[in-house]
Design a protein around this ligand. Structure first.
Ligand code: SF4
Length: 508
């Protein structure tokens, strides 16, 4: 636990996020006179830095604790070419704001100062600079919609947020592609539908989703589907006058359900919602150990246009380590089966930075995927949640057990380019290995529209099922969320409340 003492609580989220980008293993906490902290470890702990927000000057004092911790990183001979905070005397950095403290320019200025101070102190820069949000392409997209040129967007990302040239190019490239794809959709009048099936064959070590092992829950899956059916029917009544653009069944692993259950679910959806306008219908068939020919046929015959068969890695030892409980051969067989059933848009997800994996392992995974020749490749950079089994594994085995690097990211990007794929959506998560990003690549006419819509927050996504989060996008640019409970038993018991939450959101 690392304590940042401050005379104000402001920018707590950004300070924590920037620190965690430099030091993923840190658990930073701000301690200010008005903070409501009761944890004695924070109240009585030794701070690593001290912040003082004054009227005309902000100071950041790096204390002994910080020097000791950051030295452990061992990366101190890097030479920065842009280090200008307003100065440094001893271990104190200064910034003299020129904007009023209640403006976003002040906040951006502070983030820049805090980030550059850490660059100076650690000798490192980060690919996304001081950006802490999960949707950097949204900045580029919004500026494009305001009529700004590529150069203006690049200058903003470079100067205000210190984003690297490579990531600036990626963000603008993706935003341009997204804008083109969305221009063919009437997304303002429409909505999309997400349905969550929170069951999987087993729980992966790194899982941060709502997922329960299906064997343990077998007796309650029927009850879950009954509750979901009720949510489907009643929610459909709320959007009768709207156009359904895309449908996405995810989870969990929807193909953990039996072929009969899948058939029932698809029938229920099609009876309740008007599928006549649907442009894309995705089902995640993620885990190869859940896929059968019968299930794939049910999906195909019911109009599913896009599926995912996710290896995550093509290295068997890693699959065993992360608890996937399927083999590389099963992934290949499932992929070929899906092609033979007729699927012409198959995505494969991989994760870079998995424990113990090297650049050679990433290259091997990419080569094995190229042999299969999917239509889309989604490249994730490992994000570790402390509460996940992987978080505990890393604590036991040391944080250096996993790593993602520029070289590994480059291997994946080149591999996608070799398959004629282009990057078309991008998002970031907290605690990502190497502070990189997740990127979806696809061939020209295979871009996943739902992925863009949810990422750029362009239209309402109605989300049904345990743990699903509905996002209402309103004409006045308001974005509001309502969340279903994650716990399956609670979801079943409180289904009327889940429906009521959505009714209130959509009517608000
Ligand atoms: S398949 Fe996905 S949702 Fe299921 S346990 Fe693994 S990571 Fe979690």
């Amino acid at each position: 636990m690392q304590i940042i003492k401050s005379n104000k609580t402001q920018f707590e989220y950004d300070i924590q996020a920037i620190l965690k980008s430099f030091y993923p293993e840190w658990e930073p906490h701000m301690l200010a006179p008005d903070s409501q902290i009761r944890d004695r470890r924070i109240l009585e702990g030794e701070p690593v830095m001290e912040l003082d927000f004054g009227e005309t000057e902000v100071t950041l004092k790096m204390l002994d604790g910080f020097a000791q911790l950051s030295r452990q990183d061992g990366l101190h001979n890097f030479k920065l070419d842009k280090t200008e905070t307003d100065g440094k005397v001893g271990n104190v950095h200064f910034w003299h704001p020129t904007e009023p403290a209640d403006t976003s320019a002040y906040k951006n200025g502070f983030k820049r100062f805090f980030y550059l101070t850490l660059c100076q102190e650690t000798g490192r820069t980060l690919p996304w600079g001081n950006l802490t949000g999960i949707r950097p392409t949204k900045i580029a997209m919004t500026m494009m919609e305001q009529g700004k040129s590529g150069e203006e967007i690049a200058a903003y990302l470079r100067e205000v947020h210190q984003v690297s040239e490579e990531k600036i190019k990626l963000a603008i490239d993706i935003a341009e592609r997204e804008q083109k794809i969305l221009s063919t959709l009437h997304y303002e009048n429409g909505y999309s539908l997400y349905v969550g099936i929170p069951f999987c064959p087993t729980t992966c070590l790194y899982c941060s989703f709502t997922s329960y092992p299906i064997v343990a829950w077998k007796k309650r899956v029927g009850e879950y589907l009954t509750a979901l059916g009720q949510e489907i029917e009643e929610t459909a009544r709320l959007v009768q006058d709207k156009i359904l653009d895309t449908v996405y069944i995810g989870g969990g692993t929807p193909t953990s359900l039996s072929a009969e259950q899948l058939k029932w679910l698809l029938k229920k959806l099609k009876e309740s919602f008007d599928f006549g306008t649907v442009q894309e219908f995705t089902v995640e068939a993620g885990r190869a150990d859940s896929i059968t020919e019968e299930k794939l046929r049910v999906l195909y015959e019911n109009g599913v246009t896009r599926i995912s068969v996710n290896p995550q890695t093509m290295k068997q030892e890693t699959l065993d380590l992360i608890g996937r409980r399927h083999t590389v051969v099963q992934v290949e067989e499932a992929f070929h089966l899906a092609r033979s059933v007729g699927f012409t848009n198959i995505n494969m997800d991989i994760i870079l930075g998995l424990p113990g994996e090297t650049a050679a392992d990433a290259a091997h995974t990419i080569e094995a995927i190229q042999e299969l020749s999917p239509d889309e490749l989604t490249v994730h950079s490992l994000a570790v949640k402390r509460a996940s089994k992987l978080g505990r594994w890393i604590e036991e085995n040391g944080a250096t057990a996993y790593n993602n690097t520029d070289e590994i990211m480059e291997i994946a990007a080149c591999g996608a380019a070799d398959m004629d794929m282009k990057p078309y959506y991008l998002y970031r998560q907290k605690n990502m290995s190497g502070n990189f990003e997740n990127v979806g690549y696809a061939r020209e006419d295979k871009y996943g529209i739902y992925n863009i819509l949810i990422n750029e927050e362009k239209q309402t996504i109605l989300a049904l099922g345990a743990g699903a989060i509905t996002k209402g996008v309103f004409p006045d640019d308001r974005i509001e969320r309502c969340e279903n409970v994650k716990d399956v038993a609670q979801y079943i018991e409180r289904i009327d409340e889940m429906i009521e939450r959505k009714r209130r959101l959509l009517q608000g």
